[in-house]
Design a protein around this ligand. Structure first.
Ligand SMILES: [Zn+2]
Ligand SMILES: [Zn+2]
Length: 347
């Protein structure tokens, strides 16, 4: 086995001892080559939480001993996107696979080993300080890990991106880790009705438990008619939390006049679609993207942790299974088979 080494944190970087890491579809895409443009070899893991062990020069946002949720979108804090509160669009943080200074702290047999975001599938990781967000210490760190991707992405897509509010009708296509959190977000802000659509009944049961007022199995007959029964004329907000093109078309068709269709799931590289542009014009429909739930990690992560602590966001219910790091392949197989709402690697 070749030796993997991790350098100490450089300026504006933080060394974190990992406590848990979520099993995310993004990592599965990277592993099977459908997440284009990632350099290899690399350490996967875009969702995790842990304890700060060491800080580099110039770090003052976070201290040794802090409990932190890791973000996969470090930000500079001063570019025009950061300044207007859209830090996930920051483009000053270096190419994918590297820390923002353009190098890696990870090495494999002396050669650079790339970081997939915060590279959380390891007992220790080094991240940019803006990617280690302190949260309250009384929320268990294993479930807090999910705040760093699935929760932020799903809740944020509804609360930050969609414009949904009290009484908005919301349909969520895909009830995996992200979709279930979109349902929780819709429930938090008083959206109604809230429909979860998925092909797997077990996930629909979970959607029902986490705030969906209706669930629809997308493989059943008359799906369009069922949806139209729930929200005649179409939904105010549709959330597309899967990458399947058939779901995209269904979500767009289900979006009503004045409504907003939010694309959250990553479609396969090179995919194309077509639709009648008149449907945008005549109904004033909006098609918008949401990356990472338009989250502002430094502000939103601690708030999501508070909501989870108070029981207004359910995190434990999302966890289908816990794995050890040496069971990671088993965990990915379960994710690919659709068996996991969320799996956690616990160190
Ligand atoms: Zn993720
Ligand atoms: Zn920036």
């Amino acid at each position: 086995m070749l030796p993997v080494t991790l350098d100490p944190p450089g300026p504006n970087e933080v060394l974190v001892r990992m406590v848990a890491s979520g099993i995310c579809h993004s990592c599965l895409h990277a592993m099977n080559g459908t997440h284009g443009g990632m350099p290899t070899p690399l350490v996967l893991g875009d969702e995790g939480a842990g304890v700060v062990e060491q800080i580099g020069a110039g770090v003052d946002e976070v201290a040794v001993g802090d409990h932190v949720v890791l973000s996969w979108a470090p930000n500079c804090g001063s570019c025009r996107f950061c300044v207007v509160g859209r830090p996930v669009l920051c483009n000053r943080m270096g190419p994918a696979g590297f820390l923002p200074d353009g190098t890696t702290r990870l090495h494999l047999d002396g050669q650079p080993l790339h970081h997939f975001g915060p590279a959380t599938y390891a007992e220790f990781t080094v991240v940019h300080a803006s990617a280690a967000i302190p949260i309250r210490r009384d929320l268990p760190l294993d479930i807090a890990a999910m705040i760093g991707c699935a929760v932020a992405t799903g809740v944020g897509a509804v609360v930050n991106t969609s414009g949904a509010g009290l009484g908005s009708s919301v349909a969520v296509f895909g009830c995996g880790g992200v979709g279930l959190n979109a349902i929780q977000g819709a429930s938090l802000i008083g959206a109604h009705p809230i429909v979860g659509i998925d092909l797997v009944d077990a996930r629909l049961e979970l959607a029902d438990r986490l705030g969906a007022t209706e669930v629809v199995n997308g493989s059943g007959p008359d799906v369009a008619a069922r949806l139209n029964e729930v929200a005649p004329g179409g939904f105010d907000v549709t959330i597309l939390a899967v990458g399947a093109m058939a779901a995209f078309e269904r979500a767009w068709e289900s979006t009503g006049p004045g409504g907003t269709c939010v694309v959250v799931g990553r479609t396969p590289d090179g995919e194309r679609t077509s639709f009648n542009p008149q449907t945008i014009h005549t109904g004033e429909k909006r098609l918008v993207g949401s990356i990472y739930g338009s989250v502002r990690p430094a502000v939103d992560f601690p708030k999501l942790a508070d909501l989870a602590f108070e029981g207004r966001l359910q995190l434990e219910d999302l966890v289908t299974q816990r794995f050890r790091i040496d069971q990671v392949n088993e965990a990915f197989a379960a994710l690919a088979a659709g068996d996991l709402a969320r799996g956690l690697i616990v160190f």
